[in-house]
Each structure stands twice: as structure tokens, then as C-alpha cells.
Design a binder for this molecule. Structure first.
Ligand code: SAM
Length: 237
């Protein structure tokens, strides 16, 4: 294998969408009419569920294969790079943003942290992230750590840029998501920029950073390149 592979996001969700799609197509063929007591159900309408779930599954796959590279460019182009930045990628997975950022660096360093949840990304392992960095020629400009964003061990003001894609929604309770935002604000230098991209809770993250006194701007999702549509929150400390 000689090409970086950034994995398929939420593989279980994609599998379930394809299963629901199959049900939507197969049920009307095998059971065109279902009788429950006195009620007859015409199942031909299930096909619409099949089409909708199949389309969402394909769209999610296309995001993971192609869209995420375009989305990474959109995020990284929001930073005016000098090359000397210390960058943190929160929930780096297989290194998508960390490696993209490292390519912008000359003397700087990109750090990726993760807890390697298998259900969030296929083959989500630190060794695959490091191997991607080698394949992309930035092995000497990255470091990868086992860290949970809720309680990072980095000192205050450690990073000029913090970036994160599709990570924070995986934290299931609101108090922990608030802690995650506070941790991101803590490790960011004054004058630094954080960019958070996700498909839900964007207004909640914004409120968290606003309450900490940081400046925020929410950008709308790109519906062409991302599915589910990913918004972008730009935070300045
Ligand atoms: C859908 S993947 C996205 C990976 C990568 N950012 C990308 O865009 O390809 C979400 C990642 O966030 C990580 N993650 C989830 N909760 C986390 C937490 N509390 N701290 C650090 N990483 C976390 C998961 O292990 C997973 O690698």
C-alpha cells in the first residue's frame, strides 16, 4: 500500500443505511401487500425509503472517499500559514487534518490526539495515522498522542492553531462537550485560531466559546462536498 488512506467515517451508520435501503426494495417484491388483522398495507411506498437510505449511504461514502479531502482544504485555507505554527488536531483519526496542516509547515509541528474509537472510523489506529504521515512525506513534522480532548495534558497556550473535524459530536453529554471546548480554548495561545467542523451541536460549541470570551464566526456547510453537511466554526482567542 503506497497511498494514504483516511478511512470511512461512521461505518456502522453507512451499513445500517444500506440495510434499510435493501429492506425498502426487497419487501415490496416479496410482500406487496401485508395484512395485519383487518388492515391491508400496500408496501410499494417502501421503495422511497429504499431510495432515500441508499442515496444517503452512497453520499456518506463519497464524502469519506473524496469530499473529506476538499473539506480539509476548505478548513486549512482559513488559516494564514507562516510555517512555524504549533498545530493541534483534535480527534485526528487517521490524520486527515494533522497531515494537511503539516504540509503547510516548515519549522512548525502538527500534533494529533485521539482515543481511537473503532466505530467512528474504519481501522482507527495510531499506527495507521503514523503510516499515512510517512506516506504523505510529513513524518518528521507530526506527533500523535493518546489523549482525550476533555482532559488534555498540554500546558495552557500550547498551540497557535487548533483544528477538529467530526470529533466533538462523539462526546455524548453536554457537560463533557463544554469541557472539551474549554480545553481547546485553554491550550490555544492568545491570538490563535481554532476551527471546529461538525454536523451537529455547532450553536452549542459557539455558545461555549462565546461564554469563555473568545470571538466566533459560524460558516454554513458545503452541501456538495460533505454529508452529513458539516458546518465550520472559526474561533479566535
Ligand atoms: C469520524 S472520526 C474523524 C477523524 C478525522 N478528524 C477525520 O476527519 O477524518 C472522529 C474521531 O474522533 C475521535 N474521538 C472521539 N471522541 C474523542 C475524544 N473525546 N477525544 C479525542 N478524540 C476523540 C474518534 O476516535 C475518531 O478518530
Amino acid at each position: 500500500m503506497n497511498k494514504a488512506n483516511y478511512g470511512i467515517d461512521a461505518p456502522g451508520v453507512i451499513r445500517n443505511l444500506f440495510l434499510a435501503s435493501a429492506v425498502g426494495f426487497i419487501v415490496p417484491i416479496i410482500f406487496p401487500l401485508i395484512r395485519i388483522g383487518p388492515v391491508n398495507i400496500d408496501t410499494s411506498g417502501f421503495i422511497w425509503m429504499g431510495i432515500a437510505c441508499g442515496a444517503m449511504g452512497v453520499w456518506m461514502l463519497l464524502y469519506s472517499k473524496y469530499g473529506k479531502l476538499l473539506h480539509r482544504n476548505r478548513i486549512l485555507n482559513l488559516i494564514e500559514w507562516k510555517g512555524s505554527e504549533r498545530v493541534l488536531d483534535v480527534g485526528t483519526g487517521r490524520g486527515l487534518l494533522m497531515i494537511g496542516a503539516a504540509k503547510k509547515l516548515t519549522t512548525g509541528m502538527a500534533t494529533g490526539i485521539d482515543i481511537w474509537n473503532a466505530e467512528d472510523l474504519t481501522q482507527n489506529k495510531m499506527e495507521n495515522t503514523l503510516s499515512n504521515a510517512q506516506l504523505e512525506g510529513v513524518g518528521d513534522r507530526v506527533e500523535v498522542k493518546n489523549e482525550n480532548v476533555i482532559e488534555m495534558k498540554f500546558p495552557d497556550n500550547s498551540f497557535d492553531v487548533v483544528i477538529s473535524n467530526l470529533c466533538l459530536h462523539n462526546i455524548y453529554n453536554i457537560a463533557d462537550r463544554k469541557k472539551a471546548c474549554a480545553e481547546i480554548a485553554r491550550v490555544l495561545v492568545t491570538g490563535g485560531t481554532a476551527i471546529i467542523s461538525d454536523y451537529k451541536h455547532m450553536k452549542e460549541y459557539r455558545k461555549n466559546f462565546d461564554q469563555l470570551g473568545l470571538q466566533t464566526k459560524l460558516q454554513p456547510p458545503s452541501y456538495l462536498t460533505t454529508f452529513p453537511p458539516l458546518g465550520i466554526l472559526v474561533v479566535k482567542k
